[in-house]
Design a protein around this ligand. Structure first.
Ligand code: ADP
Ligand code: MG
Length: 256
């Protein structure tokens, strides 16, 4: 029993929330993640950038085990990723994920979308789940849309609902995989503003994005990936003003 409580204290004491060590992943002959070492501290906002096909989405998907890995280890808050069952469902709830396509349940109302996981995974009662859902919908600015269906909302509103839905699980870390890439330009900022707000409140975040303004203003660290590797990582100012690698220089010259 003492061993268990000591382990718990260690977890709480550590700043390291997400730790990947020597992670490798193949899709057939394609070595999509190559010896990835990455540590994300509690409260840190890490923006992941890199060319299309470099493995950014796969990296996100391995962190909440939508993809398995071939070798290496991934721990969340000191615990290795569980393989299946209820433990895995709980892990997924600890790691909130927001995708490019909003992935809301089309046949549930906005409110139900934000209640469902709380009831099924977190075992919240219906009343508590509804209260929390309404509060979160207010927080992301779509409180008045609660009784509508996703298709009745704009893309920016749907993405904010998706963020509220992930937050409803009290995640330890939020993963965003190109959350604004499918949005019309005028809706990008309303989503980025919610993300900036979350970042300023201390949420641990991993954000794959092409929004360099967001990276500069909200990230503590930029991770640059190419060909399945982390090529370079640095504070945003250093990365954008003085990229070290040729790959990063080349990438930035194309997008900036
Ligand atoms: P990024 O998000 O940086 O654009 P991805 O992680 O989506 O990159 O993809 C990295 C590489 O892995 C790409 O070459 C892609 O085609 C390939 N890939 C991604 N998912 C799969 C899959 N399920 N099966 C086979 N290949 C995949
Ligand atoms: Mg991707």
């Amino acid at each position: 029993m003492t061993e268990v409580s000591v382990a718990k204290e260690d977890r709480a004491a550590s700043d390291e929330l997400v730790v990947l060590k020597s992670v490798n992943k193949h899709f057939g002959a394609l070595h999509v993640l190559q010896d990835i070492d990455l540590t994300i501290d509690r409260g840190e906002v890490v923006v992941v950038i890199g060319p299309s096909g470099s493995g950014k989405s796969t990296l996100c998907r391995t962190i909440n085990r939508l993809e398995t890995i071939d070798s290496g280890t991934i721990t969340i808050d000191g615990r290795p990723l569980p393989h299946e069952g209820r433990e895995l469902a709980r892990l997924r709830a600890d790691v909130g994920m927001v995708f490019q396509s909003f992935n809301l349940f089309a046949h549930k109302t906005v409110l139900e979308n934000v209640m469902l996981g709380q009831i099924k995974v977190r075992r919240a009662d219906k009343k508590a789940a509804e209260e929390k859902a309404r509060a979160l919908l207010d927080r992301v600015g779509v409180g008045t849309q609660a009784d509508k269906y996703p298709a009745q909302l704009s893309g920016g509103q749907q993405q904010r609902v998706a963020i509220a839905r992930a937050l409803a699980m009290n995640p330890k870390v939020m993963l965003f995989d190109e959350p604004t890439s499918a949005l019309d330009p005028e809706m990008i900022n309303e989503v980025l503003d919610v993300m900036r707000q979350l970042a300023s409140e201390g949420m641990t975040m991993i954000v794959v994005t092409h929004e360099m303004g967001f990276a500069r203003s909200a990230a503590n660290r930029v991770v640059f990936m190419a060909d399945g590797r982390i090529v370079e990582q640095a504070a945003p100012e250093q990365f954008f003003n003085n990229p070290r690698s040729d790959r990063a220089k080349d990438f930035l010259s194309k997008i900036l």
